[in-house]
Design a protein around this ligand. Structure first.
Ligand SMILES: [Zn+2]
Ligand SMILES: [Zn+2]
Length: 835
């Protein structure tokens, strides 16, 4: 018999796949879609079989050590999808494959062995035979170890695989003896799948005890004296919710002693975190009865349902103003998919902030819905994955990773709030779930619905060019007209409080709303930690002349830097535009605004909701519920409160500092500010009354603020798209960006490596045809040092795949680059945030 060869993708940061030979006895199980244990360099790794029956291109082919699955765990569509992802995002195929599977898939405690009748008979006869002649001549060979295994299994109803291994002294990942018994039909293997739970357990965590800004300030002062503590603070500031589970501290490079030192200083605390509760406490909150669909809803649904029924690939961009009933269309579309015997995935930006979607799907589809989220334990996630795969849950609701849910016969993927940046994964593999949804639907003949009030420029351009269908819901349903938005020019109306937060107009609006017994939301955009310099006389802030993005202020050496191309200038002491001497550095954070609120409105009840308060005082549900039920007058918060929550009692929304978003060092700053202002304005004016929105800005004439005020998406799109197209090769969607970050402990090494890389890329670009890609940088990353690791970045910008081709070429010749081994490179295709 000739040897079988297979291609294996390994979950390591490598490119390409590797050929192995399959030893006799493993042919049935080392099949495409299953996992195998293979020798890789000096270690053994678990890889994925992605092709079989291949012809090896090298002589020295090693044997597979073990086949790990009884049946394939990855289906052919997913093999194809993950291959595309690996190619597109210039990342490891094996890492992508691993990301599609629940981590608990490796748990052997879920797998059991039991004896068959034949097995029990064989054991009996072996025992009799052993008494008479010391062995058996008829039937299978029972070595001492196999006898021991068989005895164990016959002894009880069932034995977990892990337990059987330990008792019989079989090393992990060696299945030879178990397989032999299974082949003889003496033993069976099976898995126990529990019904998935909604509620998760508790998790020990470490988190910031102070606001993010304060932690960053402390970090700067600790930098020299206590660098470990400074790094731990930086790690916490950048962690989601400023929180790191204790179990992951080691991986973040933070020691327990460092945490203890920071706890003593009152900067950090240890706590328990409850998993997001999804089904209790607020059932039915925000849901109302609906009548017939509007003609616009019906026509949007018709478009989607028609394609689902025909099993035809398509993408529908559902552009609906806030309150226009997009969720109703999603739900009816899921119904249509189920009616034609197909499944659906509903993606939401963040599951704990979108309870209404979960409630809605549960209400409409009951037990057919699985909700996947990070609060589930490993076991629960694995059980849910298995149950979805077996068709128990044809509807799956979850965050970005749910795009990989193994829903059989998939007919529909809904991406709610498609413009949200949480759909992009920040770590390797750095994929964008919206783009994966479109590719997956293409492969499986399904339909994608991209829903939003503020489409991303990429999606809207696709719709305008006819690649996507466009369905619009221009009217609000069961609610008043869109609120009137007043913009306060802070240059002519200086702040009235000690913290520099309130204009007289906003103060008076809050007072009037309180007097009318209505509630108030005050909103701050506190995303990112980049600081900026802005003139309070004319609103001017400096942009990079090459890149058209805001310069970031560095207090340590009083410079302003461009984080795209790396230029650096001395921070001005007077405004370059109007020569005004009054410059401000950044905007007040949530804590200072809270102080201002208490100073101006001592009689009002105030709650602050940001990552700091929500981790400290238990769940944000309590804060939101108190507000929804009228126990709080003023809710103050970051973009957390801008999401799709619905508060009928709100009479005023105030945006304290609209310019923070505009001054981010990011070419998408305008788009994001427009999205946030639109979302925020959508929080008011539900019910019959027209709400009021007050936006404070030093740049009231800026087109982003002026058009967000009118809620004019169309004109904003036209203006923004021409800005993007304007400079050189343009910014996405006209060009593609690829970011490469060099990281290492030695700053000089890292900077030199980044410079060498930029140089290498430049030379490569010169050899390419026009329009050739352009190399920006090297520049220090916005957080130049994190956990002792220095980070410098290079950006490549190009049209029609040239940027990716250039970077792929450079990575393939890594050796020629002669980078020090202590410097690693991280690649981000279509980056949303600078790394
Ligand atoms: Zn000025
Ligand atoms: Zn620049």
């Amino acid at each position: 018999m000739s040897t079988t060869f297979i291609e294996v993708a390994v979950p390591l940061p490598v490119t390409g796949t590797f050929t192995y030979s399959v030893p006799e006895g493993l042919e049935d199980r080392a099949v495409v879609g299953s996992r195998v244990l293979v020798p890789f360099g000096r270690r053994k790794v678990t890889g994925f079989v992605v092709a079989a029956g291949v012809t090896p291109s090298v002589d020295d082919v090693k044997d597979v050590i073990e086949a790990l699955d009884v049946a394939p765990v990855v289906d052919p569509h997913m093999i194809e999808l993950t291959k595309w992802i690996a190619d597109y995002y210039l990342t490891s195929w094996g890492e992508v494959l691993r990301a599609t599977l629940p981590p608990g898939i490796n748990m052997e405690s879920r797998r059991f062995l039991r004896a068959t009748d034949e097995g029990r008979e064989a054991l009996e006869s072996a025992r009799r035979g052993a008494g008479a002649s010391g062995g058996r001549s008829d039937g299978p060979e029972l070595t001492e170890r196999r006898m021991k295994l068989l005895e164990l299994v016959c002894d009880r109803e069932r034995v977990s695989l892990g337990h059987a291994r330990r008792e019989a002294g079989i090393p992990r990942n060696n299945r030879r003896d178990i397989d032999a018994l299974m082949r003889e039909g003496l033993v069976e293997e099976f898995e126990v799948v529990h019904p998935p739970k909604v509620e998760g357990g508790k998790q020990a965590v470490v988190r910031l005890a102070v606001a993010g800004e304060e932690a960053l300030a402390e970090r700067e002062s600790l930098e020299r004296r206590a660098p470990k503590q400074a790094e731990a603070l930086a790690a916490l500031v950048t962690a989601p919710d400023h929180t790191i589970p204790v179990a992951e501290l080691g991986g973040s490079g933070v020691s327990s002693a460092t945490v203890t030192a920071l706890v003593k200083k009152g900067l950090v605390e240890r706590a328990e975190r409850a998993s997001p509760k999804l089904s209790t406490g607020h059932e039915g909150w925000g849901l109302r009865d609906e009548g017939a669909m509007t003609p616009e809803q019906a026509s949007a649904l018709g478009l989607v349902a028609g394609k689902v029924g025909a099993a035809e690939f398509g993408v529908v961009l559902l552009h609906g103003v806030t309150g226009s009933g997009k969720t109703r269309v999603y739900s009816e579309a899921v119904s249509a998919a189920l009616d034609s015997g197909r499944g659906a995935i509903v993606l939401v930006p963040e599951i704990s902030l979108t309870p209404q979607m979960v409630q809605r799907m549960r209400k409409d589809f009951g037990e057919r819905v699985a909700v996947v989220h990070s609060g589930l334990t490993m076991t629960e996630r694995y059980d849910t994955w298995r149950a979805i795969r077996e068709g128990m849950f044809p509807v799956v609701v979850g965050p970005r990773s749910a795009v990989f849910s193994p829903v059989p016969n998939l007919g529909l993927i809904v991406v709610d709030e498609e413009h949200e940046q949480t759909y992009k994964q920040g770590e390797s593999p750095r994929y964008h779930a919206r783009d994966i949804a479109v590719m997956r639907a293409k492969l499986e003949g399904a339909v994608v619905v991209l829903g939003t009030a503020t489409p991303s420029l990429e999606s809207y351009l696709n719709a305008r060019e006819g690649k996507y269908d466009l369905a619009e819901l221009p009217e609000r349903i069961d609610s008043g007209p869109l609120p009137e938005v007043e913009v306060v020019d802070m240059c002519s109306e200086p702040p009235v409080d000690s913290e520099g937060a309130f204009s007289a107009t906003l103060r008076d609006a809050v007072r009037e709303t309180l007097d009318a017994n209505k509630q108030i939301i005050l909103f701050l955009n506190r995303r990112g930690f980049a600081s900026f310099v802005q003139c309070v006389s004319c609103g001017h802030s400096e942009k990079c002349p090459n890149c058209n993005v805001s310069l970031t202020y560095h207090s340590t050496d009083s410079t302003m830097r461009c984080h795209y191309c790396g230029i650096s200038t001395k921070a001005p002491d007077k405004c370059p535009a109007c020569e005004g001497m009054n410059l401000r550095y950044g905007a007040p954070g949530t804590q200072r605004v809270e102080k201002a609120v208490r100073e101006l409105f001592p009689d009002a009840t105030v709650e602050r909701m940001d990552v700091d308060t929500t981790t400290r005082h238990g769940s944000h549900w309590r804060i939101l519920k108190d507000f929804a039920e009228g126990r709080t007058d003023i809710l103050l918060g970051t973009q957390m409160i801008a999401k799709g929550l619905d508060f009928p009692g709100v009479g005023l929304v105030g945006v304290v500092a609209a310019d923070v978003g505009l001054n981010l060092p990011d070419f998408r700053a305008g788009e994001r500010t427009f999205q946030l202002l639109t979302q925020v304005a959508g929080r008011t004016g539900r019910g019959d009354e027209r709400g009021r929105v007050v936006v404070q800005s030093y740049l009231p004439e800026h087109y982003t603020i002026a058009l967000a005020r009118e809620q004019q998406f169309g004109p904003f799109f036209e203006r923004e798209i021409s800005e993007r197209e304007g400079i050189g090769l343009g910014y996405p969607p006209f060009s593609r960006l690829v970011g490469i970050v060099a990281r290492g402990r030695d700053e000089d090494q890292v900077r030199e490596a980044a410079a060498r890389l930029a140089d290498f890329l430049d030379k490569g670009a010169e050899k390419m045809g026009d329009p050739r890609p352009e190399v920006l940088g090297p520049a220090p990353a916005p957080i130049g040092k994190l956990r002792g690791i220095h980070r410098w970045q290079v950006l490549v910008r190009g049209r029609a795949g040239t940027a990716r081709a250039l970077v792929a070429g450079a990575l393939a010749q890594r050796k020629a680059l002669k980078l020090p081994s202590a410097v690693t490179l991280a690649v981000d295709v279509d980056p949303l945030d600078l790394l």
